[in-house]
Write a protein that binds this ligand. Structure first.
Ligand code: SAH
Length: 200
C-alpha cells in the first residue's frame, strides 16, 4: 500500500482501499453480537461507515461516524440511506473531535490509532478522553507487531497501547485478532490487536 496523497484520495481511486471491504470487520461483529456497542457509539475514522451501521442495528441508541475524508463520509451517508438505517456521519478530525464532552458511551477504532505518529498519539487519546463518559469503553483494533513486513500502516506493540492509555483509562484486555483486507496481504488477513479500554 502506498501512502495516499491525502486520505480522501484513497477513496477516489478506481479500486477501493484495502481496508474498505464493504462489510464490518468480524471482530466488531462479535462485539456487536455480545451487545457491547451500546449507548451513543462513535466510530473514529469511520471510513465508509460499516461499523457505524453495525452499531446502529445492534442496540446503539445513537451512532455517529467521523472521518477526515468527505468522499468516505458521502459513501457512508449513501449506505445509511440505502439501507434505511438512522446514523450520523460528519467530516471531522479525530484529533479535535467536535462532540459534547462526556457524551459518548462507546468508541470504535478500526484502524485509526495505527495511522497516527508518535507525536499525534497523545492528542488522539486526549480527544477521546474529552468525549467518552466515565465507565465508557473504547474498542480499538490496530495492526500488530506480529504482522510481518512493512507494507501498510505501522505495527503496534501491546506496550504502546498500554502507554498511550496509561492515564485516565484502564486497559481491560488486549487480544490477538485479525483484520480482513481486500488485497495486498497473504490470505487477505492481517495480524491485529483488539484492545478493550475503559474510561475511568
Ligand atoms: N475504520 C474504517 C477506516 C480505517 S482506515 C474501516 O474500518 O474501514 C483509516 C481511516 O481514518 C480513513 O478513512 C481515514 O480517512 C481516516 N482518518 C485518518 N486520519 C484521521 C483523523 N485525524 N481524523 C478522522 N479520520 C481520520
Amino acid at each position: 500500500m502506498t501512502t495516499p496523497r491525502s486520505w480522501d484520495d484513497s477513496y477516489t481511486e478506481e479500486l477501493p482501499p484495502p481496508w474498505d471491504i464493504g462489510r464490518p470487520q468480524p471482530a466488531f461483529v462479535r462485539l456487536a453480537e455480545q451487545g457491547l456497542l451500546t449507548g451513543h457509539v462513535l466510530d473514529a475514522g469511520c471510513g465508509t461507515g460499516e461499523h457505524v451501521l453495525l452499531a446502529a442495528t445492534h442496540g446503539a441508541t445513537e451512532a455517529t461516524g467521523v472521518d477526515l475524508s468527505p468522499t468516505a463520509i458521502g459513501r457512508a451517508r449513501a449506505k445509511a440511506a440505502d439501507r434505511g438505517i438512522q446514523a450520523t456521519f460528519e467530516v471531522g478530525d479525530a484529533l479535535n473531535l467536535d462532540i459534547p464532552a462526556g457524551s459518548i458511551t462507546t468508541v470504535i477504532d478500526s484502524g485509526l490509532f495505527h495511522v497516527f505518529s508518535d507525536e499525534d498519539r497523545p492528542g488522539y487519546v486526549a480527544s477521546l478522553a474529552s468525549v467518552v463518559e466515565s465507565g465508557g469503553h473504547v474498542y480499538l483494533m490496530c495492526f500488530s507487531d506480529r504482522q510481518p513486513g512493512t507494507e501498510g500502516p505501522r505495527r503496534i506493540r501491546q506496550e504502546e497501547l498500554r502507554a498511550a492509555f496509561a492515564d485516565g483509562w484502564t486497559v481491560d484486555s488486549i487480544t490477538a485478532d485479525t483484520f480482513e483486507v481486500g488485497s495486498f496481504f497473504e490470505g487477505n488477513t492481517v495480524h491485529a490487536w483488539l484492545a478493550v479500554i475503559e474510561r475511568i
